[in-house]
Design a protein around this ligand. Sequence first.
Ligand code: PGA
Length: 247
Amino acid sequence: MRKPIIAGNWKMNKTPDEAMALIGELKPLVADAKAEVVVCPPYACLAAAAQALAGSNIGLGAQNMDYHDSGAYTGEVSADMLKALGVEYVIIGHSERRQYYAETDATVNLKVKKALATGLVPILCVGEMLEEREQGITAEIVRMQTKLALLDVSAADVAKVVIAYEPVWAIGTGKTATSDDANDTIKTIRQAVRELYGDKAEEVRIQYGGSMNPKNVGELMAMSDIDGGLIGGASLKAEDFSKVVNY
Ligand code: PGA
């Protein structure tokens, strides 16, 4: 029922020329994908990427945005600007932004609402840190992050939101949650959405992210509640990313 969505988060990698080259390699490799495919290059590559992606089955995403309309916010990029570049998706609340750039549950919520109001699909990231997992509060953390991010999001809009469950200790470390663990936490997230929106929760796609790669994608995607992946490291090489996409 829920169409799987696999998104590549390139983080701070690739120049515009490199982005065009990677997309050029990727296009034929994922042309027959059954999943929805998205790449999220850095801001500086978005215009070049939009051009390179034209006519393909790959959607374009950004890695962040500001929640204000416009104005004196040096260094920031608005939702309207992204939209004008042909961007369709935007990662919001990635743990690297929460950790290094003071992103909070409140700013994440403002950004989710702004993205929806602008017609961008938010890819909302939630996930526990290692010490939270060790303290046994993974469920509390992801429930809280999910509910706060969705504050004042309408029932009509919630099905458009994609949630990425990314245990912070699994990002870029080569450590993945076991597929059972990931599936259980994703069920916990879906239950939190259900408490707010009832059966609409069944329509919300929830990805797993954190060292997902060609080797472990099959097992993760076979789980009942995992609807796709947010891929960092393995999205930087066309061959690896295409193997994940064509799991
Ligand atoms: P990773 O990153 O696949 O390199 O672990 C995932 C992410 O941060 O979205």
